[in-house]
Write a protein that binds this ligand. Structure first.
Ligand code: SF4
Length: 750
């Protein structure tokens, strides 16, 4: 923090609101409790974002000052929330939650973890909480968002987080499918100013192609936009692969020795000629062939697929084929291609191979849906709550999540939550989900918390590390987020509402230290854990864990092994972050498959290909299908209480092509009733040629018109909940991800 002038100070802080990790320069005026943010702008000296900021970044001030944000715990008494002390809140949880697990078994308590946890340093402690539950019923936003990519990356590269990212700053050719970084600022790819980086590809003579059912803002800024029927990306990509083999331009010279299964992919692709897949995709065969040739001929190229490729019935196949094309065009793991990040806080792998990705460790009780990444598909959470029998979910913990807005057949889940015996939510708002809770535990706002992007740096396009201390002190008496999670964990462990959190935290840190010294090749291998604990003192909480991770990471000081290496103190001394350079090749040592190679044709994926082939005819039916969309001023469901982000033109509209509007009889500015198998909504119509005929779009994250929420601004700009239309029966079977794009719907005048 620096002095910016009389009575003001300047703080630097990584924005935690989305995956882009922009550096912010925050000017604060006043003294003590009267301190206020007077300006937030992009930090021009940030080593990664160089001053870039989007409209959401500056609203950290409004979020911090939002009168609807909870500052004290709430407990429901006679159906009404009342403010209570922290002790009372945890005593209530201790009184009501453990007895449910004691009486009905650990599976009777479920947990749902929302998206913002990926941006919270304190969420490091969530792992302990979820472990303490000992339940099979763990759910998260990953199965409405990105699980297909985890599964395909896990099977191909050995670990669910070994996800290649496009080397945006060096590539000559970028093909994006189902991604809209002009609005999202990137996802499963951490790149501040994603749009500027894409513009730079064009400025240096490269080409950008967008394949999407909507002419999104990203498509408008591309060299070429190709409309495609929702959910058919794997058919399109198989067409590309078919051409790559047919014309022989595949280039495996760089990593060919490290790839298994090329012949199997060639065999599979034979059935998917561009001419065969074209009618289903709505992309003509000539375009598929040309794009395949361009990808193969480009000096470097990267294919990047995002939400539109994941939240569909063949999500895992689409995610897999994105990387198959990257491999076959010789672009995996090379500058300008699709590369693997190497975050400063994760230990460096030095030998190829590992245990590989394991999945299906358990199944859901009611529908028999398999576990992925230690969790079950959230599409079946309502089944588990509603269906009686042993293992029925009777209690729920949510952490920074709003599944009533974010998950399929939201109406059914909304009703199911009412039937729970007990529910506790860790959240800053009384929202559509937490209004069902018996206890709500708030956490400090972002400006009162420290920050380091543990999750997102695993997907960064450049090696960068940045730590931000809190800008403001926490309100008096309010615990930090990690302390809330740890205290909840203590209750679940049977240690009670008044457990010694310091002792528990010491235990967690010691466990991590003991793991680090046991790793062969670690810079601290064989060291005395107590000695390292002493060196980490007096830090506690996530800072102590982060310091350990950084010091034993690939650029760390190794507790003296490398005097030039980094530690948390290094980051504290560099408030604009540390730039550790561009990504470097990681094959084969970064691979964790049992073979130590890229598995191009994992058997689980190969087994799903006939299902895709069988869909070829079905896709030509001509019905209307629904897709979602992003807006720069929206962030899933939780930022609609910020007035500057929701004011102005209505954004929660049904986009429909003029031909379809005429055929169903709806008009621009009028109201339409949109219905699916599971629900219906009434929504304002926006007629636009920017959407493909046969496709309609409603953004997700809206629907704040329900009783009992305390989000005064969001309630005034309610919109409709598109997940009232999403069908919980429809999932991608390989990943368990919900199908949120390509939902069959009917549209009629309301
Ligand atoms: S792009 Fe994301 S990280 Fe950057 S300012 Fe906007 S919300 Fe924050």
């Amino acid at each position: 923090m620096g002095e910016a002038g009389s009575g003001t100070r300047t703080a630097f802080r990584t924005c935690p609101l989305c995956e882009a990790t922009c550096g912010l320069e925050i000017t604060v005026a006043g003294n003590g409790d009267g301190e206020q943010v007077v300006r937030i702008r992009g930090d021009r000296d940030d080593v990664f974002s160089h001053g870039f900021i989007c409209p959401k970044g500056s609203t950290l001030k409004q979020l911090h000052e939002d009168p609807d944000v909870l500052r004290r715990p709430l407990v429901k008494r006679d159906g009404e929330f009342v403010e209570v002390s922290w002790d009372e809140a945890f005593e209530e949880i201790e009184r009501r939650l453990p007895p449910i697990a004691d009486a009905h078994g650990p599976d009777a308590v479920a947990a749902y973890v929302g998206n913002p946890n990926a941006h919270n340093l304190g969420a490091i402690y969530l792992r302990g909480l979820l472990k303490a539950l000992r339940t099979k019923n763990l759910f998260s936003a990953s199965t409405v968002d990105q699980m297909p990519k985890h599964v395909s990356a896990g099977l191909m590269f050995g670990h669910a987080l070994t996800i290649p990212v496009p080397d945006l700053d060096r590539t000559d050719y970028l093909l994006m499918l189902g991604a809209n970084p002009w609005e999202s600022n990137g996802s499963l790819c951490t790149a501040p100013d994603f749009p500027g980086r894409v513009e730079s590809i064009r400025e240096r003579g490269g080409k950008v192609v967008v394949v999407d059912p909507r002419r999104s803002k990203t498509a408008e800024h591309a060299d070429e936009h190709v409309f495609i029927r929702p959910g058919t990306d794997p058919l399109f990509l198989f067409g590309v692969v078919h051409v790559l083999f047919e014309e022989g331009p595949t280039d495996l010279s760089l990593i060919g020795d490290h790839v298994n299964g090329v012949e199997e992919v060639e065999r599979l692709a034979a059935a998917f000629s561009p001419e065969r897949v074209a009618p289903a995709c709505g992309v003509d065969a000539g375009t598929i062939r040309r794009l395949a040739r361009e990808l193969a001929a480009a000096p470097s190229a990267a294919v990047y697929g995002r939400i539109g490729t994941c939240t569909v019935e063949f999500g895992t196949l689409g995610s897999w084929l994105v990387d198959v094309v990257n491999v076959l065009t010789g672009n995996l793991d090379r500058p300008g291609g699709a590369m693997f990040a190497e975050p400063a806080h994760a230990p460096r792998k030095t030998e190829p191979g590992g245990r590989g990705y394991r999945m299906g460790k358990w199944e859901s009780r009611v529908r028999g849906l398999p576990e992925r990444n230690g969790e079950l598909p959230v599409a079946t959470l309502a089944d588990e709550i509603e269906t009686p029998g042993e293992g029925q979910v009777r209690a729920l913990i949510t952490v920074a999540g709003n599944p009533v807005i974010s998950t399929p057949n939201a109406g059914r889940l909304d009703a199911a939550l009412d039937s729970l015996d007990f529910m506790v939510s860790v959240d800053i708002y009384v929202n559509e989900t937490t209004r069902h809770a018996d206890v709500i535990l708030p956490v400090p706002t972002a400006l009162s918390k420290s920050h380091y992007d543990v999750a997102l740096y695993a997907l960064q396009i450049r090696k960068v590390a940045n730590y931000s201390p809190p800008v403001f002190e926490r309100p008096e008496g309010m615990p930090d987020e990690w302390e809330v999670i740890l205290r909840l964990t203590a209750v679940l462990l049977g240690l009670g509402a008044h457990a010694d959190l310091d002792a528990l935290d010491d235990f967690a840190a010691l466990q991590l230290v003991q793991s680090a010294v046991a790793v062969e090749g670690s810079p601290v291998a064989g060291r005395d854990p107590d000695e390292l604990m002493a060196e980490l003192a007096p830090r506690r909480g996530p800072e102590r864990l982060l310091d350990l991770m950084l010091r034993t990471g690939p650029y760390g000081d190794g507790f003296g092994a490398d005097p030039d290496g980094i530690s948390l103190a290094t980051l504290e001394a560099n408030p604009h972050g540390i730039d550790l350079g561009p990504l470097t090749p990681r094959v084969p040592t970064g691979l964790a498959t049992p073979s130590g190679k890229v598995e191009l044709a994992p058997q689980e994926i190969v087994a799903d290909v006939p299902r895709l082939e069988a869909s070829l005819d079905r896709h030509r039916n001509g019905d209307l299908v629904l897709v979602g969309r992003r807006h720069l001023r929206s962030n899933n469901s939780w930022m609609h209480n910020v007035h500057v982000l929701v004011k102005g033109k209505e954004r929660c509209t049904l986009q429909i092509h003029p031909d379809d509007a005429a055929s169903v009889g709806v008009a621009d500015g009028g109201l339409a009733e949109v219905a699916s198998r599971v629900g219906k909504v009434t929504v304002p119509v926006e007629v636009t040629a920017g959407i493909m005929p046969g496709v309609v779009s409603i953004p997700h994250g809206w629907g704040h018109d329900v009783d009992g929420i305390r989000m005064s601004v969001a309630s005034q700009h309610a919109g409709v909940n598109s997940n009232l239309l999403a069908d919980e029966e429809q999932i991608d079977p390989l990943s368990g991800n919900a199908v949120l794009n390509g939902i069959p719907v009917t549209v009629a005048p309301a």
